[in-house]
Structures are given as structure tokens and as C-alpha cells.
Write a protein that binds this ligand. Structure first.
Ligand code: 13P
Length: 333
């Protein structure tokens, strides 16, 4: 493990004015997104769609792209590997390595993320294919009082620690993603109270498993109200509570924090990131690692038609630029 090389990649992933594009939807998830725009999901439409993004001007604002296993192996229509398109755009290719969630025995309604078996071999193969960072998403359910259980928090944190240690041994920077979901009618205080032990347990496991904090990126949820909570916290409160919690739980040795969007609207995701960065200076760089909040607009504009590629690219570039401004705390309506 070369910690200074890992640190250099992690620092590049959170370059000021840039952020990460999460384009690592599994085949099942991208099918759901394509269903919504009435596009058949085939290996070719998935390739065409992602090629459109990777060739757009918006890539100037993208430090790294998280890919799915299928995409890291695909070529553009002209035969150029998609990984090469990303590298030529000055961006770093990354790979999702978790294999989704399974029900957690004894904890009704909760899950654990799987994919540790043979992960060392898979990481070595992905490194050879150009991946310099990876992602593993732990999903933490939340309700008003009982969920998550400490069992779910612990097993998911333990798996994140195992994953992160294996990544660093393979000279791959781990994005450590513990996602407390937005689904539900809980208030912002409950999100804060749940996210705190989740982050504390994750860092406890990272330390126990000897992960070099300088060579990782944290990908947390923001502290927000549940989607169906009747009282929705405003932008300023989301920013304040998120920063308060991160200061308490995230060591300054971590180079960067790249938030997930988690189902926030495009504009909320941008406004929240901007407000968070206006509360600086903070010990880490804070940027985006958005999937839906970067891709919903280009998916609608493209709608599977070759003639709409320029419109899809414009829509993507616009969202990427707005979020890039927010990563510096310089976004305005
Ligand atoms: P969203 O921004 O759509 O939440 O996706 C980010 C991601 O990578 C989730 O694992």
C-alpha cells in the first residue's frame, strides 16, 4: 500500500470546483431510470447514454466517474474504451464494487451490503482496467424510533471497514458510503440522531481495520428531513446541522467528503452543498458525488434519441457547473 499515492488520488477527487459523477447504476436501477423516460434498457442504449455524458463539456467539472462493472468494459461507438474517454476528459475512473443488499437476519426490514467474498481479486482486475477508486454503499434504514438497530449499523460499518482495507491494499482509494435513507416521515432531528452513531461506528471500524484516513473519501448523506415529514427543514438548517455533525464525527485526516444526493431535487442538492461550503473554512474539501441530481435532467432531455444528444449534454453540463460552483460556495440562483 502506497499511502502517498492513495492520498494524491483522494485529493484529486475533491479538487476545488469539481466533483464526482455517480454513473454506477446497476443494470436493474438504470432500467428503472430508462423506464421513466420510455427508453428500452439494452447494453447499447446504456452505452450510448453514458457515452453522451462522458463526451460532454460538463466533464470539465467532474473529477471522477463511478462506473458499474458492465460500463468499465464497454467501448464507445467508435471503439474507444469508455474508460479512455473519461481519462481524456481529465477525470479519474472508479468502480462500484458492492453487490447490493441482503436482508439482515433477526432485524426485520433492515439490510446488510454484500460483496466481500473474492473482493481482493476483483479489485486487482479493476485496477488493471484503469480504476483508481472504488465505491461501497451501506444502506441504513430509518424510522421514527426503532430503526436502525445497532446490529445493522455495526455489520454495515464492519463491511465498509473490510472493503476499505482491501481497496487500499490494492492501491485503490475507497469511497466509504454509509447512506442513511431519506425515505420516511421522520424529522431532521431524527436524521441527525441516527447519522451520528452511524458515522462514529464507521470511523471506529476504519481505525480498527487500519484504514489510512488520508487515502479515502467519505460519501455521507446530508442531515435532512424525511421525504414525507410534514415539516421540511430549510437550506440553512440542513447546512448547519450537516456541518455540525461532520465536525463532530469526521477526522480532519480525511481529505474530502463527497455527498450523495439520495433523492433530493436537483436544485436542493445544489443549494444544500453551496450553503454547506459557505459555512467554511472546514477541515476537509466538501463536494458532490451525485447520481440522480446530475442525471435526471440529461435523461429527460435525451430520451433515447440520437438527435437529442446535444440537448442531453447541455442539461448535464448545466447541472455539473451548478454543483461545481456549489463546491466552492459560489452558486447563485
Ligand atoms: P444519488 O446521488 O442518486 O443518491 O446516487 C449516489 C450514489 O452513488 C448512491 O450510491
Amino acid at each position: 500500500m502506497d499511502i502517498s499515492a492513495l492520498n494524491a488520488v483522494a485529493v484529486a477527487m475533491v479538487t476545488p470546483g469539481k466533483g464526482i459523477l455517480a454513473a454506477d447504476e446497476s443494470t436493474g436501477t438504470i432500467k428503472k431510470r430508462f423506464d421513466a423516460i420510455k427508453v428500452e434498457s439494452t447494453d447499447q442504449t446504456r452505452r450510448d447514454y453514458r457515452e453522451m455524458l462522458f463526451r460532454s463539456d460538463g466533464m470539465n467539472c467532474i473529477s471522477g466517474v463511478i462506473l458499474y462493472d458492465e460500463t468499465i468494459r464497454q467501448n464507445a461507438a467508435d471503439g474507444t474504451p469508455l474508460v479512455k474517454l473519461i481519462e481524456r476528459a481529465g477525470s479519474i475512473p472508479g468502480i462500484k464494487v458492492d453487490e447490493g443488499t441482503q436482508p439482515l437476519p433477526g432485524c426485520a426490514g433492515e439490510t446488510v451490503t454484500v460483496g466481500l467474498d473474492r473482493l481482493a481479486d476483483r479489485l486487482a482486475a479493476y485496477y488493471a482496467q484503469g480504476a483508481r477508486f472504488a465505491k461501497w454503499r451501506a444502506v441504513i434504514d430509518i424510522d421514527k424510533d426503532k430503526i436502525p438497530s445497532m446490529t445493522a449499523v455495526h455489520v454495515n460499518a464492519h463491511a465498509l471497514g473490510r472493503y476499505a482495507a482491501l481497496c487500499q491494499a490494492a492501491n485503490i482509494v475507497p469511497i466509504v458510503e454509509p447512506e442513511v435513507l431519506m425515505d420516511g416521515d421522520h424529522d431532521i432531528g431524527r436524521c441527525f440522531d441516527v447519522t451520528r452513531p452511524v458515522l462514529n461506528e464507521v470511523f471506529r471500524e476504519l481505525r480498527l481495520q487500519r484504514v489510512a484516513l488520508e487515502g479515502m473519501i467519505l460519501k455521507p448523506n446530508m442531515v435532512v428531513s424525511g421525504k414525507t415529514c410534514p415539516v421540511q427543514a430549510g437550506v440553512a438548517e440542513v447546512a448547519e446541522r450537516t456541518v455540525q455533525l461532520l465536525k463532530e464525527c469526521v477526522p480532519a485526516a480525511v481529505p474530502g467528503i463527497a455527498f450523495l444526493s439520495g433523492g433530493q431535487s436537483d436544485e436542493d442538492a445544489t443549494a444544500h452543498l453551496d450553503a454547506i461550503n459557505r459555512l467554511g473554512p472546514l477541515p476537509w474539501k466538501l463536494t458532490f458525488s451525485y447520481g440522480r441530481a446530475l442525471q435526471a435532467a440529461p435523461q429527460r432531455a435525451w430520451s433515447g434519441k440520437a438527435a437529442n444528444v446535444p440537448a442531453g449534454q447541455r442539461a448535464f453540463t448545466h447541472r455539473a457547473r451548478m454543483n461545481a460552483l456549489a463546491s466552492r460556495g459560489q452558486w447563485t440562483h
